[in-house]
Design a protein. Sequence first.
Length: 276
Amino acid sequence: MTGRILPAGQAPDSEPWASGSKTLAATLLLAPNPSAWTLEGTNTWLLRDPGSGQTIVVDPGPDDPTHLEGILAEALAVDSPVTAILLTHGHSDHSAGARLLADMTGADVRAVDPGHRLGSEGLIGGEIITAGSLEIRVVATPGHTSDSVCLLIESEGSLLTGDTVLGRGTTVVAWPDGELGPYLESLRHLRELAGENRVHRILPGHGPLLMNPGQVLDAYLEHRRVRLEEVRRAVSGGITDPLALVAEVYAATPKGLWPAAEMSVRAQLAYLAAQG
């Protein structure tokens, strides 16, 4: 979901975001589901070590047969069949096509939420998933949703963030499943990884690739701090209804995104209540 800020390091708007190879290990297939909520569409990432003969698909996107056939064709064109399907989280714009792609490829679907898995394995923070010599580390990042993870390609420092960090604007804390406290902790953890020089670029679930990940994550944390303070002041001034808070705090946000803003406001209210 989009917001008002444009994080530092965003690719210029003059460079259209489209399918194609984006790093040595990661190729993008952009799903045909653009909207105010999904930006240009869902980013489906195909990860592979050229010598391994294996492709890992991250977020197959909507249940769109043409898009899924495109994933299969891209993998087979380089003689690198799909051996695993990973979900950064269970929202349908990332996961709805997973079952059909699994049927097409025979690959298991791995996710934090057992309800989205096909096969016996989930995703656990800290574990390493391999495709040949390619190593992908699972980073637990709850907050946008309770089942959100990021995926770090260790060899090149590419971090696939799903909806935890977007390529443009900011994401929603999808209350009640998403929670602000865990989200802030997840952002801080990612900032630590960037500070350790383990993350060189962000490959988001929507929108363009981001360079300067430390600056991007600093901007995300500052945005959340400012928003929380705005909600705190509004509540102190007597505004407590979530819809009224959206109108007050998110007045500059397009009204089509106010339902997303309301979820974030409810998450902020719950966070403030827990803080006392």
